[in-house]
Ligand binder design. Structure first.
Ligand SMILES: Nc1ncnc2c1ncn2[C@@H]1O[C@H](COP(=O)(O)OP(=O)(O)OP(=O)(O)O)[C@@H](O)[C@H]1O
Ligand SMILES: [Mg+2]
Length: 176
């Protein structure tokens, strides 16, 4: 996991699902009400895995599972923190259907929204958001390309890069 940061983007390769979870967990700790994370990547590239980490970082204790068949799962944190809206657009035909299912209601509600297959509704997503493009490299290896749209997300990426660079000081259980 050697992070490379340019001004707006950030690349990392994870070597296990646990590493992807750990990256998600650190990202989840940085997210606040109104933030939108758009995930793009083929089947099995790790979108749900990353989202599970994000949920853990936000303090969500219940299981975060792929919402493929229900389009959205709403997760409330146990201690009054920020809710996670986990959306999966795999089965929609296009942006209009995403709007018809109430996508905007989540994007502009008081929570963090994470969207799998976000590119299927790209034209109706907010101008400012965090894109993550995941690529399957081999059985255990995935590349994660983070791209910030807007100042808020540039700050998040900068903080994430610092945390991942300092990872050697973290407990082993958090690192794997
Ligand atoms: N480095 C890695 N990062 C993430 N997942 C990995 C990694 N190595 C192996 N895996 C495995 O790959 C699978 C990733 O599945 P996941 O459901 O997260 O993909 P997805 O992108 O959400 O797929 P879908 O498009 O079907 O929703 C999991 O079984 C996970 O254990
Ligand atoms: Mg998934």
């Amino acid at each position: 996991m050697t992070p490379i940061l340019t001004q707006d983007s950030f690349d990392i390769i994870t070597h296990s699902a646990r590493q992807t979870l750990a990256v998600g967990r650190r990202l989840g700790r940085l997210l606040q009400i109104g933030d939108v994370v758009c995930l793009q990547g083929e089947l099995g590239s790790g979108k749900t895995c990353l989202t599970q980490g994000i949920g853990a970082g936000m303090g969500i204790e219940e299981a975060v599972r792929s919402p493929t068949f229900v389009l959205v799962n709403e997760h409330e944190p146990v201690d009054g923190g920020v809710p996670l809206f986990h959306i999966d657009l795999y089965r929609i035909s296009g942006a209009h259907e995403a709007l018809a299912m109430g996508l905007d209601d989540y994007l502009y509600d008081d929570g963090v929204t994470v969207i799998e297959w976000a590119e299927r509704a790209a034209e109706v997503l907010p101008e400012h958001c965090l894109w993550v493009h995941l690529t399957y490299l081999d059985d255990t290896k995935r590349s994660l390309h983070f791209c910030a749209q807007g100042e808020r997300y540039r700050r998040i990426l900068s903080a994430l890069e610092q945390e991942l660079s300092a990872r050697r000081s973290l407990a082993p259980a958090d690192e794997e």
